[in-house]
Design a protein around this ligand. Structure first.
Ligand SMILES: [Zn+2]
Length: 109
């Protein structure tokens, strides 16, 4: 190992989860607080749980309720153009790129 480049190692670092579970592992942080762990993650518990620290779920629900309360805007019925108008129009002239003239060959010496 190279000297003086490694962080301090704590063989008994304490990890605490927001759900209350705590355990000790080896790590470079003396203490760490985490939001989710295997004791409370829905993948392991099989129960639905919303982690909502910023109130985003409430915000979304309020937005959804508001959207449901207000009637949706109805789309304007599209008016079909008469078939005559749809008739083939002459194509606009596209500028044809002229081929560059072949370079005159310089005689080899
Ligand atoms: Zn947890």
């Amino acid at each position: 190992m190279k000297r003086d480049i490694h962080p301090k190692y704590y063989p008994e670092a304490e990890i605490t989860c927001a759900c209350g579970k705590a355990w000790k592992i080896g790590g470079t942080l003396e203490k760490a607080e985490i939001e989710i762990c295997s004791a409370c993650h829905p993948f392991y518990t099989g129960q639905e749980k919303l982690l909502d620290t910023a109130g985003r779920v409430e915000k979304f629900k309020a937005k959804k309720a508001k959207a449901e309360a207000t009637p949706k805007k109805t789309k304007k019925a599209r008016v079909k153009k008469p078939a005559a108008e749809k008739a083939v129009k002459p194509r606009p002239k596209t500028a044809t790129r002229a081929k560059p003239a072949a370079k005159p060959k310089t005689p080899k010496k």
